[in-house]
Design a protein around this ligand. Structure first.
Ligand code: KIV
Length: 272
């Protein structure tokens, strides 16, 4: 069942703006490879994020910091090959855009040229505004990311809810307005109080996509492997699991092992 208000053949940054204006919620999931990107694109997802969460999900790192620009480009190029409809957003990895706007521009150009992605996402507000401005000069669409910004985990020390205090909430709202004014086409808001997220979404005209930010925003994003139940160690309150794939896959592997060991597989029809 779909509750889309309009049938978009291809999602662009303009489509997302139209969705916000029409009150149509935007759906977004991560993907890091061709096969799953193709499946979720066929399932009607609006935005596919090649997240730097690949560092955790694909490579098993504790944080998102180790993933490199080359690795992000590899994942993004694989995703792009599987996508016909969704807008593909590629995370700029830690160290590829902070502090030097020219380096940020050349990282973003590499992502666009070598992966075929449609836009980039980077974390932070006023601290990275020069980098965002520079990337935008090349005609590359930029998505912002505020609230819990995992690339700054060693500054904050924890993955708990952000902007509960007034000072941090005011800075976040000011940053959201600044990102809009600078020209970002959308914004991810991660793990902030639902009331603050609602206020941000109501204060700017670009779409606000929440993760752990309540329902009164313009769309939602989840990490695909989390919502498919591939990982049972990560249990934040905001996560809704739609499948229990870890158990299903384990069960399938156990059956395969049994069939091989018992010489049940392959049977006569499964050979040449
Ligand atoms: O890298 C990622 O998966 C993300 C989402 C959590 C928004 O940035």
């Amino acid at each position: 069942m779909s509750v889309a208000k309009k049938d978009y053949k291809r999602v662009t940054t303009n489509t997302l703006s139209e969705m916000k204006q029409n009150g149509e919620k935007i759906s977004m999931l991560t993907a890091y490879d061709y096969t799953l990107a193709k499946i979720i694109d066929g399932g009607g997802i609006d935005i596919i994020l090649v997240g730097d969460s690949a560092s955790n999900v694909m490579a098993g790192h504790e944080t998102t910091l180790p993933i490199t620009l080359d690795q992000m480009i590899y994942h993004a190029a694989s995703v792009v090959r599987g996508v016909n409809r969704a807008l593909v957003v590629v995370d700029m990895p830690f160290g590829s855009y902070q502090g030097n706007s020219l380096e940020a521009l050349s990282s973003a150009i590499r992502i666009m040229k070598e992966s075929g992605g449609h836009s980039v996402k980077l974390e932070g507000g006023s601290e990275v505004i020069e980098s965002i401005e520079k990337i935008l000069t090349a005609g590359i669409p930029v998505m912002g990311h505020l609230g819990l910004t995992p690339q700054s985990i060693y500054k904050f020390g924890t993955y708990t809810v952000r902007a509960k205090e007034d000072i941090e909430a005011e800075k976040l709202l000011a940053d959201a307005k600044l990102l809009e004014k600078t020209g970002c086409f959308a914004l991810v808001l991660e793990k902030v109080p639902a009331k603050l997220a609602q206020k941000v979404a109501g204060s700017i005209n670009i779409p606000v996509i929440g993760i752990g930010a309540g329902n009164n925003v313009d769309g939602q994003v989840l990490v695909l492997h989390d919502m498919l139940g591939m990982n049972h160690e990560f249990n934040p309150r905001f996560l809704r699991r739609y499948l229990n794939l870890a158990n299903d896959i384990k069960g399938a592997v156990q059956s395969y092992v049994t069939d091989v060991k018992s010489s049940d597989f392959p049977n006569e029809k499964e050979q040449y």
